[in-house]
Design a protein around this ligand. Structure first.
Ligand code: CO
Length: 497
């Protein structure tokens, strides 16, 4: 492992070992409770006080049948509690109704959105359109609830201390049973004297799509209460995984895609495999005024967006009549073919994620686009206090090599003004997941704090928890997790009470 400051990339790229990368795909075999993690290098900062939560697929095989894609794996939550320089680790599967049934049956009983089929071939899968809520995409604290999120259906509420599943949450009667609820809430820190909030959305889609934009209180006695909501209709099928916020706006990028449900209905493909890019269509920005902003009762603004495909945004902010939106663009929708083995994917055939900045002009409804770095990246974030404002720095997971797609092995700090990069590598045998920036509360300097990241250690066939200094990505601590957890999705930080 090494960190290096460079204005252009200088760690010599090496071919990654695909077996090391793929060896992370296994079932999580144990559920641990408050195990103290062994520090094998450095010291855990005493001032880190809170819990690092992560979610991701933890069950990938039943009865010798493997999921078709890891995104179909059941959600397994890890909680790493930082207290007085000690980290204790707890992990538990989310006890969804479907998980309980499959545990009992010892086999898959549901089709997965990403192509996992029940045993028994096409005939046994045709016309079975039940969705399995796999609760595997993100985990966030809202009020007293810890929520395991999966965008197509209801959140599951967990006990934040021991991760016990309490059940499906309606968020104090805000959500109907099974209502779509994004796995990508944005936490507005509260600018210009306003209250902090959790802003999120749900999408219902078809020939027309409806976005329900919701804002929840996050502090005080109202924490967890819905403060405001609005619903807006748009033309066309929507696939919206993420969005971005500024003090006045919620910004969505509607990729130009098409959805042909027939192979799904006929039992040949998972629902997500029926999505493909639509070369005849045009991507659109859907920009919705927030209720707490200056344009609250106005209609959404809609205009053309750049070609390409976006899952995740970094951040957005306002500059007079412009919104600046930074997003990770792929040249095409990375489709998942029915006969592909996910462990054997050829990274060189998949488009890479490139961080780009778009200036959206709200007066004349045009955009300008520029790349911020040409290196493949994913899972980018700014200091949480800068969400919705212009940020100087971003932290993200990147490939080791400077160009093209490859597994994520490095953490990069990018200076969004000068372009200067600092890189920490888990290579050659380590693979990173989403980095989380936790600010140092005693400092007002934007890059003072820590980066927490759970890595897959291909040599040990288990995970390590890495604590880096956010400003120079030097290693503060390396801790061993006595468990093997597949490459995960998203997570969050909750300060100690
Ligand atoms: Co995501």
């Amino acid at each position: 492992m090494q960190s290096q400051i460079s204005s252009n990339f200088q760690i010599s790229p090496h071919p990654f070992n695909k077996e090391d990368w793929a060896s992370s795909y296994c079932n999580v075999e144990k559920e641990l409770t408050k195990i103290e993690l062994k520090v094998i290098k450095g010291k855990v900062p005493q001032s880190l006080k809170g819990t690092f939560y992560r979610n991701g697929p933890g069950r990938l095989e039943r009865n010798n049948q493997w999921v078709h894609h890891p995104f179909d794996g059941d959600g397994m939550i890890s909680a790493m509690e930082f207290k007085k320089g000690i980290v204790s680790f707890t992990n538990k599967f989310v006890r969804t109704k479907e998980w309980e049934k499959e545990e009992k049956a010892g086999k898959f009983l549901y089709r997965g959105v990403f192509g996992t089929q029940k045993a028994g071939g096409v005939l046994n899968n045709a016309f079975d359109t039940r969705l399995k809520n796999i609760a595997n995409t993100n985990v966030v604290k809202l009020g007293g609830e810890l929520l395991a999120l999966w965008e197509a259906s209801s959140p599951h509420s967990l006990d934040p201390e021991n991760l016990r599943t309490i059940g499906i949450s309606t968020l104090k009667n805000t959500l109907k049973k099974g209502e779509a609820f994004s796995a990508h809430p944005r936490f507005d820190p509260g600018h210009n004297g306003k209250e902090p909030k959790m802003v999120t959305f749900g999408v219902t889609t078809g020939p027309k799509s409806t976005i329900r934009l919701m804002e929840f209180a996050t502090t005080g006695k109202n924490a967890g209460n819905l403060i405001s909501e609005r619903k807006d209709n748009f033309n066309g099928f929507a696939f919206l995984h993420d969005f971005a916020i500024t003090p006045n706006w919620a910004i969505f990028l509607q990729n130009s895609i098409q959805f042909n449900p027939l192979p799904f209905l006929l039992g040949q493909k998972g629902a997500a495999q029926c999505i493909s890019s639509n070369p005849k269509g045009k991507a659109k920005y859907w920009i919705i005024p927030r209720d707490s902003g200056s344009f609250s009762k106005q209609k959404p603004q809609i205009f053309d967006a750049p070609d390409g495909f976006v899952f995740h945004h970094l951040n957005a902010w306002e500059d007079n009549n412009e919104i600046i939106l930074e997003s990770i663009f792929y040249d095409d929708f990375p489709s998942i073919k029915p006969n592909e083995n996910f462990r054997e994917i050829d990274f060189s055939t998949i488009p890479e994620g490139i961080l780009k900045r778009c200036r959206l002009n709200l007066s004349n409804k045009t955009f300008e686009i520029q790349s911020l770095s040409n290196q493949c990246c994913e899972f980018a974030m700014v200091n949480p206090i800068k969400i919705g404002l212009s940020a100087r720095y971003a932290w993200m997971a990147t490939a080791q090599q400077p160009k093209g797609n490859a597994p994520l092995q490095c953490i990069k700090k990018l200076d969004l003004v000068s372009g200067k990069e600092v890189i920490w590598s888990a290579g050659p045998r380590g693979f990173v997941s989403e980095p989380l920036m936790v600010p140092d509360k005693s400092s007002s300097i934007e890059d003072n704090g820590w980066i927490l990241v759970l890595i897959w250690n291909g040599a040990r066939k288990a995970n390590d928890l890495i604590v880096l200094k956010a400003n120079d990505l030097s290693e503060e601590a390396v801790l061993e997790v006595p468990l093997a957890i597949p490459h995960g999705l998203h997570g969050s930080w909750a300060d100690a009470n």
